[in-house]
Design a protein around this ligand. Structure first.
Ligand code: ZN
Length: 199
């Protein structure tokens, strides 16, 4: 990075630390930013800072929101007794986009991965179990990804919930193995949801 001045190099370095941004893209973005007006850069930086400072976990479902309770948890028209368990907020958004699921969610923020050293205590699983104790729940739909980690997590959760007598289902594996939920089209998602089986 010796071709650039210190300030530019620093900007490129920061940008290349973002997921999916390689060295080339980081350079392109850096020069794009330098060409933006002061106001545009301020808006961009401000949006990042404001989101970081104001977005927190919904105290019930742990999705990312800027309120105590997210709009889905607050919505009385949704079936509050049906909880879909997803790995992250992007997966929740993927199901919301189908517009066909009217239950509520629980966001784990990860999946169990012995290989990466991520255990049950590292995801929002204890919080799910606490919810099941305090809320009246008819069904827990496990919609973790069909990756090894997602399947491990699904199995682990179903074993925990089974003794409570609450119905536990798993979305159908029409979802390609290793596929991230957010990249799967709505039709496939719906088919996976409709074809769910009891564990
Ligand atoms: Zn919520």
């Amino acid at each position: 990075m010796d071709y650039y001045s210190k300030e530019i190099s620093k900007l490129i370095q920061e940008l290349s630390g973002l997921p999916g941004i390689g060295a080339k893209t980081a350079q392109r973005l850096a020069f794009h930013i330098l060409n933006m007006s002061n106001e545009q850069v301020q808006d961009l930086a401000g949006a990042m800072l404001s989101a970081k400072q104001n977005v927190k976990y919904c105290k019930r479902c742990f999705t990312l929101t800027d309120e105590e309770l997210c709009p889905i948890c607050k919505n009385a028209a949704r079936n509050q007794k049906q909880i879909m368990v997803v790995e992250n907020t992007r997966d929740l958004a993927a199901y919301e986009k189908t517009g066909k699921f009217d239950g509520v969610y629980h966001v784990l923020h990860g999946a169990i991965s012995p290989m990466l050293g991520i255990g049950p205590g590292d995801i929002k699983l204890k919080e799910l179990m606490q919810r099941l104790q305090t809320e009246e729940v008819d069904e827990v739909i496990i919609a973790t990804n069909s990756s090894l980690e997602g399947e491990t997590t699904a199995m682990y959760i179903s074993k925990l919930i089974k003794p409570t007598g609450i119905k536990v289902t798993r979305i159908a594996s029409g979802v390609p193995v290793g596929g991230d939920l957010e990249y799967i089209d709505e039709v496939t998602l719906l088919r996976a949801l409709e074809g769910r089986t009891e564990l």
